[in-house]
Design a protein around this ligand. Structure first.
Ligand SMILES: NC(=O)c1ccc[n+]([C@@H]2O[C@H](COP(=O)([O-])OP(=O)(O)OC[C@H]3O[C@@H](n4cnc5c(N)ncnc54)[C@H](OP(=O)(O)O)[C@@H]3O)[C@@H](O)[C@H]2O)c1
Length: 290
């Protein structure tokens, strides 16, 4: 019997990357839904869907991810990032295991070494606060869940920093990019593979090691370093990139200055190998049309 996996928010960056590789996992039957097929703000619909399709795993990729807009759209941000997660937790309790995705923005970014899962949280934005409350509500209601915090996600699907920098690099002669915020990019295709490896691990070992895990690509860089590498790989050499400080590029939501994630736990528990950010970026650039 195949295992039934529901992927929510499946039209987003991460959900779409899971959809791309799903056919390679023969023992699983996937259900991909986004807000139109399954609006997570309606708990009874989730319950019906889980029961009707005998769902055993939920990978929750649904989120409100517009970080700056969230400062004004507080209600909708909390609805998606906290209340929808609560609905999922209640609807799946004793029925399905949840793998939920969270963010490095739960940290304040004042640290100077990679954040571990044991480090204290202190989100500085509405988005970060709503995601942290989503984590907490999930663990309170359905503690047999896995939460994966990730960072700086990019993918062939949807909009992201990589695509924006390529576009701007082509249109402009010069660009200012923030160089005092450090983190690690994450190719969503790598995270998609890691998530399915976790489900395979669970099936193979009959054990679901619940808790919080960190996942990004390996290494660290600033947005400026990231942009330089993107332009190098895209062959853009007509655009001068200048490093600027966060204070020179004010945004509505404040972002962590340092949000590198320590991946020791996820690598050791699930025996995962994580590619370096430059290697994954190179792979990504080789497959997208730009
Ligand atoms: N993007 C990043 O840089 C980043 C960084 C760290 C962590 N993360 C986390 O990683 C996860 C995946 O991010 P992503 O970039 O793939 O997100 P995304 O591209 O914004 O996709 C999220 C999807 O969820 C859908 N959605 C919104 N409200 C919903 C609802 N009520 N019911 C069902 N679906 C709903 C969205 O639909 P609409 O588009 O129609 O709203 C969208 O298709 C999220 O948990 C995010 O917080 C992202």
């Amino acid at each position: 019997m195949p295992k039934n996996i529901l992927v929510t928010g499946a039209n987003g960056q991460l959900g779409s990357e899971i959809r791309e590789i799903a056919s390679g996992y023969a023992g699983f039957r996937f259900f991909f839904t986004d807000i139109r097929e399954l609006d997570l703000s309606d708990k009874s619909k989730i319950t019906d869907f889980i029961d009707k399709n005998k769902v055993e795993y939920v990978v929750n990729c649904a989120a409100y991810t517009a970080v700056d807009k969230a400062e004004d759209d507080v209600e909708i941000c909390y609805l998606v990032n906290r209340d929808c997660v609560k609905n999922l937790a209640e609807a799946t309790l004793n029925k399905a295991k949840i793998i939920h995705i969270s963010t490095d923005y739960v940290f304040d970014g004042k640290g100077h070494r990679p954040y571990t899962e044991a480090d204290g949280t202190n989100p500085q934005s509405i988005y970060g606060k709503s995601k942290l409350e989503g984590e907490q509500v999930l663990m309170n209601i359905h503690p047999e869940s896995i939460i994966i915090r990730t960072a700086w996600l990019y993918s062939a699907f949807g909009n992201n920093f990589v695509k924006t920098m390529i576009k701007l690099g082509r249109e402009r002669n010069s660009l200012n990019v923030v160089s005092d915020q450090k983190g690690t990019p994450t190719y969503a295709a790598d995270l998609a593979k890691a998530i399915l490896s976790i489900i395979l691990f669970t099936e193979m070992h009959q054990s679901f090691p619940a808790g919080i895990y960190h996942y990004s690509n390996e290494g660290e860089c600033s947005w400026y370093d990231f942009c330089l590498e993107i332009h190098k790989l895209a062959g853009i050499n007509t655009c001068r990139i200048s490093p600027v400080d966060t204070s020179d590029y004010p945004t509505k939501a404040s972002r962590p200055m340092y949000s590198v994630l320590d991946k020791t736990k996820i690598k050791s528990v699930f025996q995962l190998e994580i590619p370096g950010w430059k290697i994954s970026l190179e792979k990504f650039m080789a497959i997208i049309n730009y």
